[in-house]
Design a protein around this ligand. Structure first.
Ligand code: GTP
Ligand code: MG
Length: 381
């Protein structure tokens, strides 16, 4: 019997041979869905083709974690030591790092965990080297630095991207605007708010058929592709993670070449060895992490600007804030008083579900802060 990897190869070959046209679109939809199912099987550790072996994951600390992915010897460990002060063995030979090395950087009062990971090679997602375990750690990070050596061909960038994509990681993307709801009866009902240029009803039905879904409502609100639809059906095995390309070793290139590098979106040219442009890397990291700093204010006193409570934008309600300080606050909680852009009146009383903000307001002078990230709260009133 052929293995999952072999089955994937067979389907990929068949897809390459099948030209997209009206007659084959149904077949292509089926093949893509089959492929997605097999790939998921490959990534599930319990299945026959699964990861196996000891994982590389480490205990998570801090408010967010950032993982380093790259080919061997691109300078991941050198960057790790530069950012965190935590020593991670760096050397000229390949595969110096053999397991996850955690470190921490404190930026804008937020403790951010940095994970130096072993280098991966092409085919990592299919089980080459320990690549699958490495990418599995990256998949649970809030941000990934793809570290590239600027002396190597830029095609490396595409190779790493496809390794991550093949593992269900979606880079710098948000989930496609498609709602999918299974039903008990009524057949397949497809609605779209705009013209679909890449997919037709036949393909959608073929994909759903492959997943043995006979009754469902599918509402499409973007110019979706088959892959987008599959991503929604396979939502549990997809992670949408922001990525920064750290283009390392710029000390070895000319100014003209550096200018070209600056045109690559989401890229920050750096030299980890010399510490060049590390400030910009940290700034971009901060932006991408989209964290919110909430300053606490004891009643009748000035807010404490030194030690903000830092929340992720996906969990930034007053409840999350109280939970970060101490669970017992929630038991006595009645209302919170909040200043800032997240409220209309300064201050305003809000409930547990209120979302706190981290935005600028210039007219805010009451607490003598020009740039307003802070929202202040006195939990019990
Ligand atoms: N010129 C130059 N060399 C660098 C730079 N950063 C790292 N290096 C060198 O590149 C080599 C590999 O660095 P490492 O930090 O071990 O690379 P790595 O990506 O962690 O490698 P693995 O752990 O094997 O995956 C070392 O000899 C470093 O001194 C840089 O900015 N400029
Ligand atoms: Mg290393």
């Amino acid at each position: 019997m052929s293995t999952t990897v072999e089955k994937i190869k067979q389907i990929e070959e068949e897809m390459a041979k099948t030209q997209k046209n009206k007659a084959t679109s149904f077949h292509l939809g089926q093949l893509k869905a089959k492929l997605a199912k097999l790939k998921r099987e490959l990534l599930t550790p319990t299945s026959s083709g699964g990861g196996g072996g000891v994982g590389f994951d480490v205990a998570r600390t801090g408010v967010a974690s950032v993982g380093f992915i790259g080919f061997p010897s691109v300078g991941k460990s050198t960057l790790m030591s530069r950012l965190t002060g935590q020593h991670s063995e760096a050397a000229a030979y390949e595969f110096t790092t053999l397991t996850t090395v955690p470190g921490q950087v404190v930026y804008n009062g937020a403790k951010i965990q940095i994970l130096d990971l072993p280098g991966i090679i092409e085919g990592a997602k299919d089980g080459k080297g320990r690549g699958r375990q490495v990418i599995a750690v990256a998949k649970t990070c809030h941000l990934i630095f793809i570290v590239l050596d600027v002396n190597k061909p830029l095609t490396d960038k595409r190779v790493i991207e496809s390794e991550l994509e093949g593992f269900g990681i979606r880079i710098n993307k948000s989930p496609p605007n498609i709602t999918f709801r299974k039903k008990d009866k009524g057949g397949i009902n497809i609605t779209s708010t705009q013209q679909l240029n890449h997919i037709d009803n036949d393909e959608i039905k073929a994909v759903l058929g492959e997943y043995r879904i006979a009754n469902a409502d599918v509402a499409i609100r973007c110019d979706a592709t088959i892959d987008d639809l599959i991503d929604i059906i396979e939502a549990k095995s997809r992670s949408y993670i922001p990525v920064i390309y750290a283009l390392n070793k710029i000390d070895q290139i000319s100014i003209e070449e550096l200018d070209l590098l600056y045109r690559i979106p989401n890229a920050v040219p750096i030299s980890s060895e010399h510490g060049w442009n590390i400030d910009e890397l940290l700034e971009v990291m901060w932006d991408k992490l989209n964290l919110r700093r909430i300053y606490t204010k004891p009643k009748g006193k000035m807010p404490d600007y030194d030690q903000p409570v830092v929340l992720r934008s996906t969990a930034c309600t007053v409840e999350d804030f109280c939970g970060q300080i101490h669970k017992s606050i929630l038991e006595q909680f009645k209302q919170a008083i909040v200043y800032g852009k997240s409220v209309k009146h300064q201050p305003q009383r809000v409930g547990l579900s209120h979302e706190l903000g981290d935005e600028d307001i210039s007219e805010y002078s009451r607490l003598q802060c020009r740039r307003y990230r802070p929202v202040l709260i006195s939990p019990c009133v």
